[in-house]
Design a protein around this ligand. Structure first.
Ligand code: ZN
Length: 199
């Protein structure tokens, strides 16, 4: 089962390399944001908005603000290594990012619930009790970031250092240095070039 915290990395990754030396933003338009939200239906689970819920500019702005806070705290998580170069020059302070995530998450009241089916262990859950699907969506993204940053994946988070790459990724194995093999190839080629150029 996909965990909601995967939405945190997915949200951060909507700022990405455009394949042509620049940076693309999947949330730059309301259409792009609507498509991204549809793609997140799995990890968001019961927090995913109902099909057909309109995405407008104010909602896009709120999602982008959660992303800004998430990326600022991703930068803190990978420090002292450098953050993703995509927004390294315009990161908001960590205290501001924390305050924003906490404020957004606090908009959704949750209800603790105990389920205990016969022959199975009891399960405690926090059920959302917010009727507005727009609020549920934005708070779910903030809570995904909170869970990610407080969970075991934070220590495995890296900013890829390959030339032109701007991705954050979670290391899948101990020696992984780059987000994907093609980045590793590019980074090694650049290293080789530098070594031979400088003699
Ligand atoms: Zn990469």
């Amino acid at each position: 089962m996909e965990r909601r915290s995967t939405s945190a990395l997915a949200l951060a990754s909507t700022i990405r390399h455009d394949g042509d030396g620049g940076v693309a933003d999947d949330l730059a338009t309301v259409q792009g944001a609507a498509q991204w939200i549809r793609d997140q239906a799995g990890p968001l689970g019961e927090h995913a908005p109902p099909a057909g819920m309109p995405i407008d500019e104010p909602l896009r702005d709120e999602i982008v603000a959660v992303r800004r806070a998430t990326r600022a705290l991703f930068a803190r998580a990978v420090s002292p290594a450098p953050p993703s170069p995509a927004d390294a020059g315009r990161l908001i302070p960590a205290a501001e990012a924390l305050a924003h995530l906490n404020a957004v998450a606090a908009r959704e009241p949750v209800v603790p619930r105990l389920d205990w089916p016969a022959e199975k262990p009891p399960v405690a859950r926090l059920l959302p009790s917010e009727p507005d699907p727009r609020v549920r969506l934005v708070t779910a993204l903030a809570r995904a970031a909170i869970e990610f940053l407080a969970g075991p994946e934070r220590e495995l988070l890296r900013a890829c250092t390959a030339p032109r790459c701007v991705r954050y990724f979670v290391k899948a194995h101990g020696r992984q240095e780059w987000c994907k093999p093609s980045c590793g190839n590019r980074a090694r080629a650049a290293r080789h070039y530098r070594r031979h150029r400088t003699g």
